[in-house]
Structure formats: structure tokens, C-alpha cells
Design a protein around this ligand. Structure first.
Ligand SMILES: N[C@@H](CCC(=O)N[C@@H](CS)C(=O)NCC(=O)O)C(=O)O
Length: 243
């Protein structure tokens, strides 16, 4: 049986979620690096795999799957991981699904925006982002973090129960992304900071650091983005987001 393939760039939070889960649970896979900053997602070869032109992508034989949440759930079922990751219990499983549906337009969207305003915005728009725009993005992010704490975490150890689940993996990589631009979004939030430390420990601290190495080099990243022909391809999409 050939190894599963995971197409990833660890700069991307959804890719890190898939990578951390697979590595932490010792799920065998072949790492296929897709360099987003070089536009490899737009290559003809990658389009044959996924016309979505985004990572992560999983390839298991002739089965191809996109979307980090679907990939994580597929891996949890296929590899028969411990139940707490994606519980069989109807209600507990529904809570993981609730979180993974919520986070796309909330925590993920808001953490990404703050990160992109500091990294891609100047390269695409030709100026630093205005304070007004940044303040709105930070306010949206504040509201998402409030909900994460009050609706999901509450007084539990993890977002769904007192055991770690896929929801925690999806969330932790998002709150790490703004660290690339020296912004710790959990500063002044002791409950969420303690939660992040617990998730890190459960996944393995060394592995966690390894997965986040790329986002720690924010200077290198900014330079790469500014000198890159891929910018022309990204422009139409991001101009809409930045307006
Ligand atoms: N909803 C998707 C999001 C995937 C996604 O947005 N991937 C980004 C990296 S974070 C990407 O590949 N972007 C390439 C592009 O837009 O050109 C998931 O959760 O997997």
C-alpha cells in the first residue's frame, strides 16, 4: 500500500493543523512541500491534483481530499485514533463539527487578516495598512477570542471536553499565526494562554516548535513576498480583501 501524501506549506495554519495531527499521532505520510510564496499552487502539475489551488491536500491512492477539517476527520477515522480526537458520541462529535464550522469565518479569518495586513498588504497595496483598518481587524479578532473562551473553552481543559480534540488542533495553529508579525493575540488572556500551553504539550513541544519554525522567520517571509512574481497572481484576490 503506497504512503498517503500530504501537500503542505507550513506557513499555512490549516497545513500545520494537518501536519501536527499526523506527526503527533505517528500517522505515516509523505510530505510534499508546496511553496506558496513561489506560486507552486498555481502550477499545472498541482492543478491536476486539485483545481482549488490551495493547500492542504491529501492523496490516498486515487482518493484526493481538500479542506483541513475534512482531512483531519478522514485521518482520525482511517487511522483509528483515540476516540477523544473526534468522538463517536453523537453530541461530542457535533461539538467538534460546530467548532470547525465556526472557526473558518471567525477565529481563522480574523487571525489571518491581522497577519496579512502586516505581511502582504504593503506588497499588494503599496503602503502600510492604516491604523483604522488595523483597529477594525483587531476588534474582530478580540470578539472571536472572547467567543472562543466563553462559548467553547469555558472552564474545561480543552475546547470540547477535558481531552484534546481536532478542534484544539485547528484553533491553536490560527492563534499562532500573528506571532509571525510579533503579535501574541493571547497576551492578557490567561485562560486561553494556559489552553495553548496544554495543546502544545499534548501535541509535543518539539514537534510544535518545528511546525512553527517557518512563521518565526517573518523578515525572510516579508522579503520573499515583496520580491515575488507570484504577487501578480495574488493581487486580484487580496485587493478585494484589503479594500
Ligand atoms: N478552508 C481551507 C483553506 C485553505 C487555504 O486557504 N489555504 C491557503 C493557505 S492558508 C492557500 O493555499 N492559499 C493559496 C492561494 O490562495 O493562492 C482549509 O481549511 O483547508
Amino acid at each position: 500500500m503506497p504512503l498517503m501524501e500530504l501537500y503542505l506549506d507550513l506557513l499555512s495554519p490549516p497545513c500545520r493543523a494537518v501536519f501536527l495531527f499526523a506527526k503527533s499521532l505517528r500517522i505515516p505520510f509523505e510530505f510534499k512541500h508546496v511553496e506558496l510564496a513561489d506560486g507552486q499552487q498555481y502550477s499545472e502539475e498541482f492543478a491536476k491534483l486539485s483545481i482549488v489551488k490551495k493547500v492542504p491536500v491529501l492523496k490516498d491512492g486515487d482518493f484526493v481530499l481538500t479542506e483541513s477539517t475534512a482531512i483531519l476527520k478522514f485521518l482520525a477515522r482511517k487511522c483509528l485514533v483515540a476516540d477523544h480526537w473526534f468522538p463517536a458520541d453523537l453530541r461530542q462529535q457535533a461539538l467538534v463539527n460546530e467548532y470547525s464550522s465556526w472557526q473558518h469565518l471567525n477565529l481563522r479569518s480574523h487571525c489571518s487578516k491581522v497577519f496579512l495586513f502586516k505581511t502582504l498588504f504593503p506588497a499588494i497595496m503599496g503602503s502600510e495598512v492604516s491604523k483604522e483598518k488595523m483597529d477594525v481587524a483587531l476588534e474582530d479578532l478580540r470578539q472571536s477570542l472572547d467567543l472562543m473562551e466563553e462559548k467553547f473553552l469555558q472552564d474545561k481543559l480543552f475546547l470540547i471536553s477535558n481531552r484534546i480534540s481536532l478542534a484544539d488542533v485547528l484553533a491553536v495553529v490560527e492563534v499562532m499565526q500573528p506571532l509571525a508579525v510579533a503579535l501574541d493575540v493571547l497576551e492578557g488572556r490567561p485562560k486561553l494562554s494556559a489552553w495553548r500551553d496544554r495543546v502544545k504539550k499534548e501535541l509535543g513541544e518539539k514537534l510544535f516548535e518545528e511546525a512553527h519554525e517557518r512563521i518565526r522567520d517573518s523578515k525572510g517571509l516579508q522579503q520573499k513576498m515583496q520580491n515575488n512574481s507570484t504577487l501578480e497572481k495574488l493581487k486580484p484576490k487580496y485587493e478585494k480583501l484589503f479594500r
